[in-house]
Design a protein around this ligand. Structure first.
Ligand code: ZN
Length: 252
């Protein structure tokens, strides 16, 4: 087949799949359809495409430390406009808060063929006891969707960190695995909305500061033997309402 039929990230992903010895090769590589965006989305737009846009710009919730987030509600309001403008500016696009073809291309470039994002793999977030995305406090499909949303926030964190690579030491945990590592019983790790991350070349404090503008409602630094930054999104179905836990408050 001609490489021109497939974009660069698809080829990269296929290469990784081969290198990783992934079985079940079929006649054609599994190429996810890029999201079917409308011609434009702007303030006042509503519906499923707005929801998808909100998921993808959620990591651009604020300019600086602020306990705020982009609601994934399909309603294109001021919060979505502001986050989109920040995404556009960071990606050298016209920062007008209106999503059109150039913006959708930039958003699509962040998506991998298997539905993960450009710089993260599903496997990095799977429970380390081998249950994949199963065995948590919500259904497997919900966990996977939560992980996908987490990945887009982490893509924003990565860009804010100057494109430094991010290593995930713990993503989703099954209830059993969470117990075995001594995690809190209401840990966001059992919902798939949390990650323990190291950003190459940055201290946990520096990561915490960057994460304060990425729409994360849970932030906790671990500075002892296993230094990492915990980030999460506290889901209402776990807490009953939107809640915040920024262990160190605002540090920047
Ligand atoms: Zn954690």
């Amino acid at each position: 087949m001609s490489p021109s039929r497939f974009d660069r990230r698809t080829l990269i992903k296929s290469g990784l799949a081969l290198a990783g010895g992934v079985a079940a090769m079929t006649a054609f590589p599994a190429v996810a359809e890029a999201y079917s965006w409308p011609s434009s989305l702007k303030s006042g737009s509503t519906g499923a495409a707005v929801k998808e846009l909100q998921i993808r710009v959620a990591g651009w919730a604020a300019d600086g430390p602020q306990q705020t987030y982009v609601s994934v509600d399909g309603d294109f309001g001021p919060g979505t406009t502001a986050a989109l403008k920040r995404f556009q500016a960071a990606n050298h696009l016209t920062a007008n808060g209106i999503a059109d073809a150039d913006d959708f291309a930039a958003l699509d470039a962040l998506e991998s063929a298997d539905g993960s994002t450009a710089h993260f793999e599903w496997s990095e977030f799977m429970s380390k006891d081998g249950t994949g995305f199963g065995g948590g406090k919500v259904a497997e499909a919900t966990v996977k969707e939560n992980v996908r949303r987490l990945m887009y926030k982490l893509e924003a964190l990565r860009l804010k960190a100057g494109g430094r690579s991010i290593t995930i030491s713990s993503g989703f945990r099954s209830i059993a695995h969470n117990q075995s590592v001594g995690g809190a019983s209401n840990s966001m790790h059992v919902y798939g909305t949390a990650a323990d991350a190291y950003v190459n070349g940055l201290s946990t404090r520096q990561v915490y500061v960057l994460a304060e503008a990425c729409g994360f409602s849970g932030l906790e630094r671990y500075t002892l033997s296993d230094a990492h930054q915990h980030v999460d999104s506290r889901v209402e179905y776990a807490y009953g309402s939107q809640s915040w836990w920024w262990e160190s408050g605002t540090v920047s």
